[in-house]
Design a protein around this ligand. Structure first.
Ligand code: SF4
Length: 379
């Protein structure tokens, strides 16, 4: 059968590494290295070409894709289009730093390349909080970026916002929400700050020098976002994602439905034919491996049917609609209600999940302890 898969492109460069970030992202690379990275990326895409494979979504993430020239992003996109069967109406997103979004750059992405969705890493509109996150843009840059994107013809714009930031009050969070709603974009992603091991923020917290919000305040901020976004006309369709009708992220739905995708670039993950692979992480080693024709995959894991089913449950519960139980049975040849009878009974009795309209989904109570419920389905 003809394969359908999303495409993810990783651009690992950032102007400066943020103190909370544990993504595969690096600052300080020279322009010449970036040029070699783009060459290597195009070569990797060509070497894994599948002209028959249907591609409904392409997502450029990072890092900061807009650290590259617009012409580089367009060239990478054209390489995907030349080597896969990209849908005429494919969703083509790039993440963008608000500080890079000048009108000419955005017009080149839109008109020259066919990008049709922008995801801005705004995080907050509060300059004091932005500085404390090591972000280089300002709240005004973010406002201007959205206006420039609209002027360049982008209708599908998403903003990433963060809450539970050090020293952030509920009033601060409310002001960021006010600004986001006033900008009238069709999609919002709103995540709590997570302190990951190995980051400068982690070290500061260990030394007692990171004034974090309490768990209670974090939960209240999550609830506030949910309530206010719905009042502003957004639908919550995933734990942390909100959209106006017709603007859900089609690319992210591929992940949440545990469907297939290619990942190109340093550290990018792919999920194809039941196997999960991971590319070489360091950009310099990635470039060298591609250039010398070596094996790019640093890990390759074939999932057992039980693991694949567990991941489908775990990811599917992130979506408000939950896991489609008939679709699950068609895909795996067994019913989730039988395979996971014990887990479903325990979590239903606790009031964390429910079955409604043929879907298994989180209840409001389950939403607030989300990851614990989802992890229950992994082997
Ligand atoms: S801009 Fe994003 S990817 Fe880059 S360092 Fe900051 S959080 Fe990480």
């Amino acid at each position: 059968m003809r394969r359908t898969a999303g495409v993810y492109i990783h651009i690992p460069f950032c102007a400066r590494k943020c103190g909370y970030c544990d993504f595969n992202a690096y600052s300080g690379y020279k322009e010449a290295t970036k040029t070699r990275y783009v060459e290597a990326l195009c070569r990797e895409i060509e070497s894994r070409a599948e002209p028959q494979t249907r591609v409904p979504t392409i997502f450029f993430g990072g890092g900061t894709p807009t650290e590259l020239a617009a012409s580089d992003l367009v060239r990478i996109l054209q390489t995907v289009k030349a080597t896969f069967c990209v849908d005429a109406d494919a969703e083509i997103t790039t993440e963008a730093n608000p500080g890079d979004a000048d009108p000419g750059y955005l017009a080149d992405l839109r008109a020259g390349g066919g990008f049709n969705r922008l995801s801005f890493g705004v995080q907050t509109f509060d300059d004091r909080l932005l500085r404390s996150l090591d972000r280089l843009h300002s709240g005004n840059d973010a406002r201007a970026a959205v206006q420039a994107a609209k002027a360049a013809g982008f209708a599908n714009i998403s903003l990433d916002l963060m809450f539970a930031l050090p020293r952030q009050t509920m009033a601060d969070w409310d002001r960021s929400l006010d600004t986001a709603f006033a900008l009238d974009v069709p999609h919002l992603s709103m995540y709590a700050l997570i302190i990951e091991e190995g980051t400068p923020f982690f070290a500061r917290r260990e030394r007692g020098r990171l004034p974090l919000t309490s768990e209670k305040t974090e939960a209240a901020m999550f609830a506030r976002a949910m309530q206010r976004a719905v009042e502003a006309g957004y639908e919550r369709y995933e734990v942390s994602n909100y959209a106006r009708p017709g603007f859900q992220s089609r690319h992210n739905r591929i992940y949440w439905r545990n469907e297939e995708y290619f990942g190109f670039g340093a550290g990018a993950a792919s999920y194809l034919g039941g196997a999960r692979t991971m590319n070489e992480r360091r950009p310099s080693r990635y470039i060298e491996t591609v250039t010398t024709g070596g094996n790019l995959f640093v890990s390759e894991e074939r999932l057992s049917p039980r693991e694949a089913m567990g991941e489908t449950m775990m990811m599917g519960l992130r979506m408000t609609e939950g896991v489609d139980l008939d679709a699950f049975a068609r895909r795996f040849g067994v019913r989730a209600e039988e395979t996971f009878a014990k887990e479903i009974a325990r979590l239903s009795d606790g009031g964390f999940i429910e079955v409604a309209e043929g879907h298994l989904r989180l209840t409001e109570r389950g939403l607030f302890v989300g990851s614990e419920v989802m992890l229950a389905f992994l082997p």
